[in-house]
Design a protein around this ligand. Structure first.
Ligand SMILES: NC(=O)c1ccc[n+]([C@@H]2O[C@H](COP(=O)([O-])OP(=O)(O)OC[C@H]3O[C@@H](n4cnc5c(N)ncnc54)[C@H](OP(=O)(O)O)[C@@H]3O)[C@@H](O)[C@H]2O)c1
Length: 235
């Protein structure tokens, strides 16, 4: 199967790609800005399973140039994408009063507008006779009714927008045979978590969460569409 995973240079995205590599004969386009992170990913992936293949591509979600990505989909995926994991995300931890308009723009550019642009770019390669699956990686902070954390208003509200976007697109893409779901993650031990909560140790590793997400992108759409699922021990 053919997958695209964003935010693949480290953390949860990195481990999701490695799990997809392990699962079978998959091809994965791995996107992020860091060339070194992607090189490490390819190196580890090659050692895990030579039957799968990772195609690394340096890609900034704030930049709308998708020409190299579309070329890769055409040449290496024969124009078919089975699954897209919108995992990349960014977080700014500041009290509301200190957040500038640029801060809000930065967070929404990556967490919301980057996702909408990417989906728009690749939608025509998904669905029809092969059922497609888009998984948006949200957060418990953006899940309705959960206790919120101070300093994360830009981040958490962007993840709330992503959750609602997932429900909207699930409806809009129904006739195209593309299912869209959102996973609202709880705490996972990564660089982002350390940035938000320096003194906290998460109950889950990036590898454990990556294993769940890899299975979900392959199988979740067979039984659900338009769902925002809490994936956490606690709310
Ligand atoms: N860790 C948690 O506890 C937790 C909880 C809830 C939700 N989440 C969500 O899970 C996802 C993965 O988080 P993580 O904890 O693995 O974070 P992380 O370790 O900070 O990794 C973030 C990834 O996003 C990529 N990224 C950031 N800005 C980008 C941009 N402008 N263009 C392209 N890629 C960009 C980074 O790659 P480059 O820097 O190389 O571009 C990196 O690969 C995020 O959406 C996050 O919000 C995490």
């Amino acid at each position: 199967m053919n997958f695209i995973v964003t935010g693949a240079s480290r953390g949860i995205g990195f481990e999701t790609v490695l799990q997809l590599v392990e699962l079978g004969t998959n091809k994965i386009i791995a996107l992020s800005r860091s060339k070194s992170g992607l090189s490490k990913l390819v190196e580890e992936g090659n050692q895990l399973n030579a039957n799968s293949r990772i195609y690394p591509l340096c890609f900034d979600l704030k930049n709308s140039d998708d020409s190299q990505l579309l070329q890769l989909i055409n040449t290496e995926f024969n124009g078919t994408v089975d699954g897209l994991v919108n995992n990349a995300g960014t977080l700014i931890n500041k009290p509301f009063a200190e957040l500038s308009r640029e801060d809000w723009q930065e967070v929404y550019d990556v967490n919301v507008f980057g996702v909408t642009s990417l989906i728009k770019s690749i939608k025509s390669f998904m669905g029809k006779e092969n059922k497609g699956h888009i998984v948006n990686i949200g957060s418990m902070g953006g899940f309705q009714g959960t206790e919120k954390f101070s300093g994360l208003s830009a981040y958490s509200s962007s993840k709330g927008a992503l959750a609602c976007l997932s429900e909207c697109l699930a409806k809009e893409f129904e006739d195209d045979n593309i299912h869209v779901n959102c996973l609202a993650l709880g705490a996972v031990q990564t660089e982002m978590l350390t940035q938000a909560f320096p003194d906290y140790t998460a109950p889950l590793s990036a590898k454990e969460m990556g294993t769940f997400i890899a299975d979900f992108i392959v199988n979740g759409h067979k039984v659900m569409n338009g769902k925002v699922l809490p994936v956490a021990f606690k709310n």
